[in-house]
Design a protein around this ligand. Structure first.
Ligand SMILES: *Cc1c(COP(=O)(O)O)cnc(C)c1O
Length: 482
């Protein structure tokens, strides 16, 4: 069994095993013709359940063969140009290389004595990101598992900075647009705030937070004796890619002495764009910022960070343990990243971004992101000119939200069902994957464009498929009615 341990004596075994895995994945990727096989859970789960985990296969080739059957054959492939579902990007090869290195070396970023250079690399990337945002000389931050954790940590800091005693936590309010990410609500709950803590601020036609409404909400909050703890500004809403008016909101945060958190989980790719960086103007006023490199920097999951304007605020996440990071180490200025993190043992995810920047550079990432934004603009023109579809807002980033509208008479409920059906039927066919959401009370479909290999032709073909599935559903429902 010791031959399976990765060490100085097993380098050859390691090389052969991992190479065989890489070979298998490369062959699979080269041969995938659609983003998904269309298999359903009732078909797939017996295959997984049938495997006896107490009877190992003994060698990697056999395990890879088996994996082909239970996973690779029926995986959802984000690299495919017709994967247009959620905020998942195709990944860049330098980052995948980083991933292979980081799991083999297996540094843990909690303390200097488990990571050495890895800690320094992570710190450089935090500084690099903070500088791109413009957070100023006292900025700092930490890599996290994702936007959800980043938002949670930012709101934890905001709660502590509000300087309210725990018995008064129910007086704290977080203001965020009705289109913001649900992790804001989840965080409020985890932070022990009251059920009314999150104040939902209406959006304008472009799905951006209405600043006038925010100003009113802040005023009423103060008038009622509640405490405005934070405004969560979204720079790239999950559904619409809309960017809240950052400069105006920054001014209100300053006026009400409220923590400004910018959730740029999706919009952070604009930090690397030479063409569109201006869309984030005002972000430099934030007290904290969430960035998800695994969304718009083409990084593998997980790769995310939370940045803060004032590094001193990170102390709210600091605890000292004698066995790990005793206080004297902080005094000796030994860089223990655990002092800033909610996690303890933590992956060296930063290496993926490091390799990406060292091979491609930020401009390379920005170019890829600009390409998908351009594609979304073209897709919008296509949809706006097509009488079969109702499209919601002109995209700022790279999502398109729309719904199929039949030429003949159909009730709004029937149209909802036809759109739901089209999404499901498309998924089951495996030909393309799209997402869905509600706008008002109505069911819409969504294309999230993060793949520069997707073309307008792909979008047009997917729209035809959707229309075909929706039509056949409506045709069948007419048959049922008659
Ligand atoms: C995706 C997303 C999140 C959550 O990020 P995870 O990495 O999935 O945890 C938060 N905010 C916005 C706006 C997002 O799009």
């Amino acid at each position: 069994m010791r031959s399976h341990l990765l060490n100085n004596t097993t380098a050859e075994h390691y090389r052969n095993t991992v190479s065989a895995g890489v070979e298998r994945v490369a062959a699979t990727l080269a041969a995938t013709e659609r983003p998904f096989s269309g298999i359903d859970v009732d078909e797939l789960s017996p295959l997984v359940d049938a495997i006896d985990l107490d009877r190992p296969l003994g060698d990697a080739a056999a395990a890879l063969d088996e994996l082909g059957e239970v996973y690779l054959r029926d995986a959802v492939y984000f690299h495919h140009p017709r994967y247009l579902g959620h905020l998942n990007c195709p990944v860049v090869i330098p980052a995948v290389l980083g991933e292979a290195v980081l799991s083999a070396i297996n540094s843990s970023l909690d303390t200097w004595d488990q990571s050495a250079g890895a800690t320094l690399i992570e710190r450089r990337l935090i500084d690099w990101t903070a500088e791109r945002i413009g957070l100023g000389p006292a900025a700092d931050g930490i890599f996290t598992s994702g936007g959800t954790q980043s938002n949670f940590q930012a709101l934890l800091l905001a709660r502590e900075e509000a300087k309210v005693r725990p018995e008064d936590f129910t007086r704290l309010r977080i203001f965020t647009s009705e289109c913001s990410h649900f992790s804001v609500q989840k965080s409020a709950k985890l932070l022990g705030l009251g059920p009314d803590a999150v104040v939902s601020v209406p959006v304008d036609r472009d799905k951006r937070m209405r600043t006038v409404a925010l100003a009113h909400a802040l005023e009423s909050c103060v008038a009622e004796g509640a405490v405005p703890m934070a405004v969560v500004v979204t720079a790239g809403t999950t559904d619409f890619g809309s960017i809240d008016p950052l400069p105006e909101i920054a001014a209100l945060c300053e006026q009400f002495a409220t923590w400004m958190h910018v959730d740029a989980a999706y919009g952070c790719g604009l930090l690397a764009s030479r063409e569109r960086r201006g869309l984030l103007e005002g972000i430099e006023n934030a007290d904290s910022v969430t960035v998800d490199y695994h969304k718009s920097f083409f990084q593998p999951v997980s790769s995310s960070a939370v940045l803060v304007r004032d590094r001193a605020t990170l102390r709210h996440a600091t605890y000292h343990a004698e066995y790990l990071n005793p206080r004297r180490m902080a005094e000796e200025r030994i860089p223990n990243q655990v002092d800033k993190s909610l996690q303890t043992t933590r992956r060296f995810d930063a290496l993926k971004l490091w390799m990406t920047l060292r091979v491609m550079g930020a401009d390379g990432i920005g170019e890829l992101f600009d390409e998908v934004c351009d594609l979304a603009a073209e897709g919008w023109q296509l949809l706006a000119a097509d009488p079969r579809f109702d499209v919601v807002v002109e995209p700022r980033i790279s999502t398109l939200v729309f719904r199929y509208i039949p030429a003949g008479a159909a009730s709004p409920d029937e149209i909802d069902r036809a759109n739901l059906h089209a999404r499901k039927a498309l998924f089951a066919s495996g030909e393309a994957i799209v997402a869905g959401t509600k706008v008002g009370d109505r069911q819409y479909l969504k294309l999230t464009l993060l793949n520069p290999e997707t073309t307008v032709h792909d979008i047009a073909a997917v729209l035809d498929l959707i229309s075909g599935h929706a039509e056949s559903y409506l045709g069948d429902s007419l048959d049922r009615a008659s």
